[in-house]
Design a protein around this ligand. Structure first.
Ligand code: AMP
Ligand code: ZN
Length: 113
């Protein structure tokens, strides 16, 4: 766990979040500032700051991030209407939290920015 990482603290249960899915290595919770009717963040429990560091995750965990994204979309009823899965990586993408996370967004048309 990285000190002062808000998502590490959410994964550890030290900061509250509206959990959507929890398992051994991956958790999903509602974005605190949702930009769509469905807006969930899917994270590995292990701290990795960005995509450049994804190789630090076991392959199975990296894969689970995508599988859980799909499962969350189904659970929240947007699997058929569709949804966007987005990673903001680095300054031009506006990355604010440096713990890798996938945004799962749906419930409205999700165009390219
Ligand atoms: P980004 O790093 O650009 O992908 O943005 C970080 C995302 O995390 C934003 O959409 C925030 O609304 C969200 N966020 C920040 N703090 C929390 C929190 N405590 N609980 C849930 N979502 C959060
Ligand atoms: Zn972290």
């Amino acid at each position: 766990m990285e000190q002062d990482c808000i998502f590490c603290k959410i994964a550890a249960g030290e900061i509250e979040a509206e959990m959507v899915h929890e398992e051994e290595d991956v958790v999903a919770f509602k974005d605190i500032n949702g930009q769509a009717p469905v807006h969930v963040l899917v994270i590995p429990r292990q701290h990795v700051p960005n995509l450049e560091a994804i190789g630090q995750l076991p392959d199975a965990v990296a894969k689970r991030l995508f599988e859980v994204s799909s499962e969350v979309a189904e659970k929240l009823g947007v699997d058929e209407s569709g949804y966007a899965v987005r990673i903001n990586n680095g300054p031009d993408a506006g990355q604010e939290v440096f713990h890798l996370h996938l945004h799962v967004m749906g419930g409205r048309k999700m165009g390219m920015p």
